[in-house]
Design a protein around this ligand. Structure first.
Ligand code: APR
Length: 402
C-alpha cells in the first residue's frame, strides 16, 4: 500500500508506530527522526508522569557511546558523574573493588533515568517528533500482513487506529506488545526466589561506592542517585507489604545489615518511595513477529541486581532504529532480519551476569541442606572476588558491559 492509500484509511498513519515513551521508545524515536524516518510515539501516561518516574540511573560505557553518537548524550555528558567503585560488606569485613582500571577499564556513568528520559523527550519534540500522551495502545493487529495496526484509546476514550509499516513495542513487561504475540512465541522465565524492598531516600549517599552488604538477615544495597538522593534495597520475605516498613525500621535494618557499628551509620533522610520487587527474569524469543518488534523491557525483563535493564533498552533501540532506516530508506531489510538474533546475544549475556550477581549476594532459597550448600557456594564466590585479580577483571568487564 502506498502512503496515500494508507492515509485514506480511517485513522492515522506513521511509517513506524512506537508504543511507549521510556528509554527504549525515545532513543528509537530520536534516531529514526534524525535519519528522516516518519514515526510517532504513543504513550499512555501524561508527560509529567513520564518525566518524573524515578527508575535506574547507572549507564554502561556503551550506553553513553550510543547516546553520544546519535546526538542525544548532551545531558549525560554535562551532568553525568563517573562511577567505578563497589564496596562489599560481608561477615569477614569489607573490601573495595575499584573497577575503573579493570576489565576494559571503563567506569559507569551515574545519571538518573528520569533526567535521561526528560532529555530524550525534549530533543524528540524539538526535532518535530510526534508524541501522543495519555494514549493507551489496546491492541496490535495485522503485524504479519502488509498493514499492521495499533488501536489506541485516547484521553477522551475515543478509539483511534494507527496504521503503520512497522510497530515497535517499547511498552515494558505489561504492555500491549507482549499481549499481541502470536501463538508459539516463547517466554523463558525464572523467579529467583528473592524479593527486594526498593527505597528512594532524600538523603545524601553514605558511601562513595555502590554498597553491597551480605548479612545473615539478608542483602542490603546502596546506590547513589544524586548528591542528595540515594537508592537503597533491603532483601525481604516474598509477599512483604512496602508500607509495613516505616522509616525508622528501614534505617535501623539498613544500619544493621550495612554493619554501621563497624563502618559508621548511614546518612538518614525521608524515604520518598517504597516498592517491593520480586527478582525475576524473562526473555521472549523471537523479538520480531512480522512487522512487530519488541524492545527493552517488552523484550526481556532482567533483575535490578546488575543495573542492566535500561542499558539493554538503549542498545536494542539503536539496533532497531538503524535496521528500520535501512529498510525504509534503502530498501534493505537485512538488519531487521537479524534484529532478534543480535539482541538476544546481548540479552542472554546480561541475564547470565545478573543471575551470577543474585547468587553472589543472596542465599537463594533451597530445601534444607541444599540451602547450606548454596550458602557455602555464595561465600566461595564472594571471597574469590575479594582475593583473585582475574576474578575482579572478569567482574569489571561484565559489570560494565552489555
Ligand atoms: N500504551 C502506551 N504506552 C504504554 C503502554 C500501552 N499499552 N504500556 C506501557 N506503556 C508505556 C509506559 O507508560 C512507559 O512509559 O511504555 C513505557 C515503557 O517504559 P519502561 O517501562 O521504562 O521500559 P523501557 O523503555 O523498555 O526501559 C527499560 O527502564 O524502566 C526502566 O530500569 C527499567 O529496565 C527498565 C528500563
Amino acid at each position: 500500500m502506498t502512503e496515500s492509500q494508507y492515509a485514506q484509511v480511517a485513522g492515522e498513519f506513521a511509517d513506524v508506530v512506537i508504543v511507549g515513551a521510556g528509554p527504549a521508545g525515545l532513543v528509537l524515536g530520536n534516531i529514526l527522526l534524525r535519519h528522516g524516518v516518519d514515526c510517532v510515539v504513543l504513550e499512555r501516561a501524561d508527560r509529567d508522569c513520564v518525566e518524573n518516574r524515578a527508575r535506574a540511573g547507572f549507564l554502561a560505557p556503551n550506553t553513553v557511546r550510543i547516546l553520544e553518537r546519535n546526538g542525544i548524550g548532551e545531558g549525560v555528558r554535562r551532568h553525568g558523574r563517573e562511577h567505578g567503585v563497589c564496596e562489599f560488606r560481608t561477615e569477614d569485613g569489607r573490601f573495595r573493588l575499584d573497577y575503573r582500571g579493570l576489565g576494559k577499564g571503563e567506569p559507569h556513568t551515574v545519571y538518573p533515568q528520569h533526567e535521561l528520559v526528560t532529555d530524550l523527550l525534549a530533543r524528540f519534540l524539538d526535532a518535530g517528533g510526534r508524541v501522543r500522551f495519555a494514549t493507551e495502545a489496546v491492541a496490535v493487529s495485522g503485524a504479519d500482513g502488509p498493514a499492521p495496526t495499533v488501536t489506541v484509546r485516547e484521553e477522551d476514550g475515543r478509539p483511534v487506529r494507527w496504521r503503520a509499516r512497522y510497530v515497535a513495542a517499547c511498552d515494558g513487561r505489561h504492555g500491549v506488545g507482549r499481549r499481541s504475540l502470536p501463538p508459539g512465541a516463547v517466554r523463558h522465565h525464572r523467579d529467583h526466589g528473592v524479593s527486594w524492598l526498593g527505597l528512594l531516600a532524600e538523603a545524601p549517599p553514605s558511601l562513595d561506592a555502590v554498597g553491597y552488604a551480605v548479612h545473615p538477615r539478608g542483602f542490603a544495597g546502596h546506590m547513589a542517585r544524586s548528591a542528595d538522593v540515594t537508592r537503597y534495597y533491603l532483601q525481604c520475605a516474598r509477599g512483604t507489604r512496602a508500607e509495613a516498613w516505616d522509616d525508622d525500621r528501614v534505617w535501623d535494618e539498613l544500619d544493621l545489615r550495612m554493619r554501621a557499628s563497624a563502618y559508621g551509620p548511614l546518612r538518614r533522610g525521608r524515604i520518598v518511595q517504597r516498592a517491593v520487587v520480586d527478582l525475576e527474569s524473562d526473555v521472549l524469543e523471537p523479538l520480531r513477529h512480522g512487522a512487530l518488534f519488541l524492545v527493552g523491557d517488552a523484550a526481556s525483563l532482567i533483575s535490578p541486581s546488575a543495573a542492566k535493564g535500561a542499558n539493554l533498552a538503549v542498545l536494542e533501540a539503536e539496533l532497531l532504529a538503524l535496521a528500520l532506516v535501512d529498510a525504509l530508506a534503502h530498501d534493505d531489510s537485512a538488519g531487521l532480519d537479524r534484529y532478534s538474533e543480535r539482541c538476544l546475544e546481548h540479552i542472554w549475556r546480561a541475564q547470565e551476569f545478573s543471575h551470577w550477581m543474585i547468587r553472589l549476594l543472596h542465599d537463594t532459597p533451597g530445601p534444607g541442606r541444599d540451602s547450606l550448600f548454596q550458602e557455602r557456594l555464595r561465600y566461595a564466590r564472594i571471597t574469590a572476588l575479594r582475593d583473585s585479580a582475574s576474578q575482579r577483571n572478569w567482574f569489571a568487564e561484565h559489570y560494565t558491559g552489555i
